[in-house]
Design a protein around this ligand. Structure first.
Ligand code: COA
Length: 647
């Protein structure tokens, strides 16, 4: 997902080069925790990074050539600079890349690093993009994923769905553990599959300055209802899984023990600023019983949130998607389901009483695509009613409520966390919708890349609204390389702005519009192809900057230059997360005056999730959505009106 600006912010915060050194690595995935740990020391030993082990024999992420990156970079900053500024930036870049320039020195050091690491970026990226980032994971980092709506007519319906979700997840986990997930391909190239291994049993641990990750293999899940937290073992002593009916029974017991008005609600602390939560975590961990509770949650396979109803079916049709998105991103506030979460857990399944279903995922271990594949698996599993398995013959263990001893100090922190979450919730505007006029098939029939077409629609929409170029982040997967995650596609280009201008020019003919549309789409596609090969601008420039930090070299002026600052202020933060089912992923904007757009392009429609911050007067989600729909329709009309029979 789009994290460029977060990386920048995080780098600015961490001036101490030593912070980038000495990272402990845990080479073995099966980092199984003892069930009861009495020492904080072990928590301190959680790993920050989990380096690639090249089992698939994939190529290594390249370090792009310096000149190539600098030339590309100059092209991408052009829309944000006037002639004078551009001359100054060009001069700066020339010096940076000249023989004897600091860029050359940094490049040499970076190339040396790349010789020593299977993936020169992996550890840096995990730390700077995620673990050192101090804002809450809620809204700022963790996406929600909304599953197709369900209509639950009773609590039994809700629990049956929840049980089936858990069984589907266990089936999927078994496929992952048995290395049975088919290797994904990009053309002829296999993709790195290690992210799949990090979906289940993983938890982020709050820690001052830099969080940690714990990887576990266990048989229990965490269930949260009315903010009460339970441990539920899904396996009997005979090593057989519980059946759907047995899980439903266990969930009923959980509901019985979850008094609405009498809970400690420590889960809401996971929505806090990371340093604040780290402080609370240390306080909570002073108590041995609490440490056991924390360990239990952190080591579980995943979390199941049995949410209170959200008024889904009473809401107008058009508002339902946004309502569901809100519940998956932040739980709609402290008084709704915001405390019914453990946001540090990689996967939290959400099953609401009246049919909002989906998940929230903590982004640090994996990108959205493996989570989208998991989603399709779960939906198929449930739709095909696969969920009855041979029940365990031993008596299932009763769920265990994890009661925490909460000091007055922590109780105060919980109250503050509630207020802070409510502020976040109030500031996030969501507008999620299905665009039904056409999907990928129509675009392909005009011999265009659907992704580039949609990206250019967003560029046009932004320019239409704001009359200024919008720096635009799109994630491209670099999983062709061992340990690869993403590169940024800088979608705002000289061509995208010319295209937007042509579309808005009442004098330009359909033919001219078509020509500029094709040019913009091709430019985007070219950048995409390079980004997928690890040859974008952003990760390389980040690598050079971190090299400077690590080696005590002054950060070059390039990073304060208006060209860099403006082109990296990503006002449009986007990601394609494709799933076959009628679901969609959603998340918050990257910058205060920005929009987020996550989209799921399907054959004949596109699911869009857009968001903006209420507090910024320049952005309004409803206007952005209208501009986007308008842009898509205009582009469609240009294509239809310029087909040979119409000319
Ligand atoms: N004419 C006809 N068809 C075309 C075409 C053209 N000119 N260009 C592309 N197509 C087809 C493709 O062959 C493909 O066909 P398929 O559906 O049969 O596979 C389809 O259109 C889609 O291709 P396109 O839209 O160009 O790109 P993409 O779907 O490969 O997506 C990225 C591009 C960058 C989004 C993708 O490569 C990627 O990296 N995805 C991961 C992003 C990510 O990490 N998201 C999560 C972040 S949390």
């Amino acid at each position: 997902m789009s994290v460029n600006s977060r990386v920048q912010k995080s780098n600015n915060d961490s001036q101490n080069p030593k912070m980038l050194q000495g990272i402990r690595a845990c080479a073995n995935r099966a980092f199984i925790l003892e069930p009861y740990i009495s020492s904080l020391q072990l928590i301190a030993n959680y790993t920050s990074a989990k380096p690639a082990e090249n089992v698939q024999n994939l190529p290594r992420l390249p370090v792009p050539k310096l000149d190539d990156t600098l030339n590309k970079y100059l092209k991408t900053v052009r829309p944000f600079l006037n002639d004078e500024e551009f001359t100054a930036t060009s001069k700066l870049i020339k010096e940076f890349g000249s023989e004897g320039g600091v860029g050359r020195k940094l490049q040499n050091l970076l190339e040396k690093r790349a010789e020593k690491h299977l993936n020169w970026l992996e550890e840096w990226w995990l730390n700077t993009a995620y673990l050192e980032y101090r804002d809450p994971v809620v809204v700022f980092s963790s996406p929600g994923l909304v599953f197709p709506f369900r209509k639950f007519n009773s609590q039994h319906d809700q629990l049956k769905y929840a049980a089936a979700t858990l069984l589907a997840a266990l089936d999927y986990k078994a496929l992952i553990d048995g290395n049975k997930i088919p290797t994904e391909m990009m053309g002829k190239n296999p993709l790195d599959m290690t992210q799949y291994k990090k979906i289940f049993g993983t938890c982020r641990i709050p820690w001052e300055k830099r969080d940690k990750l714990s990887f576990n293999d266990s048989t229990h899940v965490t269930v949260i209802h009315n903010n009460h937290i339970f441990s539920l073992d899904l396996w009997g002593e005979d090593k057989k899984r519980l059946s759907e009916d047995q899980i439903i029974e266990a969930l009923k017991k959980i509901i019985k023990q979850s008094d609405k008005h009498n809970n400690q609600g420590i889960g809401i602390l996971t929505s806090e600023n990371r340093d604040t939560w780290a402080k609370a975590y240390q306080l909570i961990s002073k108590d041995e019983n609490n440490r056991r509770g924390l360990r239990d949650v952190e080591s579980s396979v995943a979390v199941l949130c049995l949410d209170a109803g959200a008024g889904l079916w009473a809401a107008p049709d058009a508002a339902r998607r946004s309502l569901a998105a809100a519940h998956t991103i932040h739980g709609a506030g402290a008084k709704a389901n915001g405390g019914n979460r453990w946001f540090d857990k990689t996967v939290q399944f959400i099953v609401g009483a009246d049919g909002i279903t989906g998940l929230t995922y903590e982004h640090s271990p994996a990108e959205g695509q493996p989570i989208a594949v998991l989603t399709d698996f779960i939906i198929n599993y449930i739709d095909q009613n696969k969920s009855s398995t041979e029940p365990t013959s031993s008596r299932p263990k009763d769920p265990v409520r994890l009661d925490f001893n909460v000091s007055n100090e922590v109780a105060d922190m919980i109250k503050t966390a509630e207020v802070n979450l409510d502020k976040l919730v109030a500031n996030l505007e969501l507008n999620c919708f299905k665009f039904e006029r056409f999907g990928k098939n129509f675009i392909k029939s005009h011999k265009m890349s659907p992704d580039s077409f949609l990206q250019m629609a967003m560029q046009y929409a932004f320019y239409r609204l704001h009359k200024t170029p919008g720096a635009h982040y799109e994630s491209a997967a670099t999983r062709m390389f061992v340990g690869g995650r993403t590169e940024t596609i800088r979608s705002c280009s000289i061509e995208s702005i010319e295209f937007a201008k042509a579309m808005l020019d009442g004098q330009s003919s359909p033919k001219t519009k078509l020509a500029s549309m094709k040019k913009a789409i091709n430019a985007h596609k070219d950048y995409t192809v390079q980004a997928l090969q690890g040859l974008g601008v952003d990760r390389h420039l980040l690598g050079l900057k971190l090299t400077a930090l690590e080696n005590g070299i002054q950060i070059p002026k390039l990073y304060q230059d208006p060209g860099y600052v403006r082109s990296a202020h990503m006002r449009i933060s986007t990601s394609q997360v494709a799933c076959k089912c009628d679901g969609f992923m959603c998340y918050g904007p990257l910058v205060a005056d920005g929009y987020a757009t996550c989209y799921n392009p399907r054959d004949n429609d596109v699911n869009f999730a857009t968001s903006a911050f209420v507090a910024h007067r320049d952005t309004a989600c409803a206007h952005y959505r209208a501009a986007l729909e308008h842009a898509l329709q205009d582009m469609h009309d240009v294509l239809v009106n310029t087909t040979p029979s119409k000319l």
